[in-house]
Design a protein around this ligand. Structure first.
Ligand code: UD1
Length: 361
């Protein structure tokens, strides 16, 4: 039995941890969950634990919001204390947030092996805090679970070849797990939001690279207004970090919503004509549900979706965003079935952790 300490803190990590926790249980491992408190609003955190059946955190660090240095520093301090007290065999971290980096750094300095799920993703844009978190986390990890071929190549190009395992994507596992359940509710949910299936646009936008740059932000806002008039109503569940900024664009056609739970988000994606987003997770979820996506960034880590023609990069230029939104169609050939695994990635990862831990001993 392996004793795994899982570090989560931000919304996408709660979603990713859900299937992996189940897989850890199935394989008879012991899991201790630590919540850093990076996301703390009920709508950003608690509702995900409830709906996805995630194990209650044994430790809640309650770090909350702060600048990058202060937030990551406080997490490091808290996580070090927890790791020393719990003596895990390995620390499991997800993705690219400040919670990921803090978990990885705290563990490696205590000589505890780090397992990184979503290893090897790169935007090659070092102005993104997420890119720094990814690169640093990968370089201190001793088990690297890369969700795509591109991720494996990125790691190799940085000299990381040992203990790299090409897996699928655990978000696809979650989507598979909940697809039928949510599918049944999807039409009702869309009705609750007073939208007609396939006649509205689903938007999320919160990345610092957009919200902290007034020129990019206003370019995107102009596009959203135009799209809402020319294509259909825009539904936007607003991340708390951009609540004040988003208020300006609200209109009968651009409807601002509170952050939505997992099922509601998936249902609204499934029924959308188009997804507009700067989130990594949403780009994939749109593809899981065969909905075309226009990404409001200059680059993406999920390059295979661009290659497949189901996602297009629009940056922040108004005319480009509007044009790509008009052009967006789900191509007949769709995406290859196994692009992100077969829905059993979490079990594959847990098996690989067991194997790698054994060979390390
Ligand atoms: C973080 C991740 C980002 C991920 C996103 C998912 C980093 C560097 N970034 O960004 O990669 O895509 O989570 O949502 O870790 N806030 C609240 N309530 C909350 C959470 C946040 O009000 O529950 C507000 C606060 O004003 C806070 C701001 O959002 O200052 C930013 O939160 P933070 O967790 O630092 O980063 P995110 O923008 O959420």
């Amino acid at each position: 039995m392996t004793r795994i300490l899982t570090v989560v803190g931000a919304r996408p990590q709660f979603i990713k941890a859900a299937p992996v926790s189940r897989a850890l249980d199935r394989a008879g491992n012991e899991e201790i969950v630590v919540h850093t408190g990076q996301h703390y609003d009920t709508a950003m955190s608690d509702v995900f634990f409830a709906r996805l059946g995630i194990r209650d955190p044994k430790h809640h660090l309650g770090i909350g919001s702060a600048g990058h240095g202060a937030q990551t520093g406080r997490m490091l301090e808290g996580l070090e204390r927890v790791i020393v007290a719990e003596c895990p065999d390995a620390v499991l971290v997800y993705g690219d947030t400040n919670s990921t980096l803090a978990g990885a750094l705290a563990a490696v300095k205590l000589h505890v092996p780090v397992a990184h799920i979503e290893a090897g993703l790169r935007s090659f844009n070092r102005r993104m805090p997420e890119e720094i978190n990814r690169v640093l986390t990968d370089h201190v990890s001793s088990m690297l679970f890369a969700p795509t071929d591109a991720a494996v190549v990125n790691l190799r190009n940085e000299g990381i070849v040992e203990n790299v395992v090409r897996t699928g994507d655990v978000m696809y596992d979650v989507a598979t797990l909940f697809r039928s359940e949510i599918g049944v509710e999807a039409a009702q949910i869309a009705a609750r939001f007073r939208v007609e299936p396939k006649h509205y646009v689903f938007l999320t936008l919160h990345r610092a690279e957009n919200s902290d740059d007034p020129v990019r932000w206003s370019g995107i806002m102009r596009a959203i207004r135009q799209i809402s008039e020319e294509i259909g109503p825009v539904l936007w569940p607003v991340h708390p970090r951009v609540r004040a900024l988003a208020a300006d664009v609200e209109s009968p056609h651009v409807r601002l919503l509170d952050p939505q739970p997992y099922a509601e988000t998936q249902a609204l994606v499934m029924n959308a004509r188009l997804v507009l987003t700067d989130s990594g997770g949403l780009q994939k979820e749109a593809a899981f549900h065969s909905v075309p996506c226009v990404t409001l960034r200059d680059e993406t880590e999920w390059v295979e979706l661009i290659d497949a023609g189901v996602n297009r990069l629009a940056g922040a230029d108004t005319a480009t965003i509007v044009r790509l939104a008009h052009e967006a169609r789900w191509p007949k050939r769709g995406i290859s079935g196994q692009l992100y695994g077969n829905g059993n990635t979490s079990d594959d990862i847990v098996k690989a952790i067991g194997r790698l831990m054994e060979t390390a001993q």
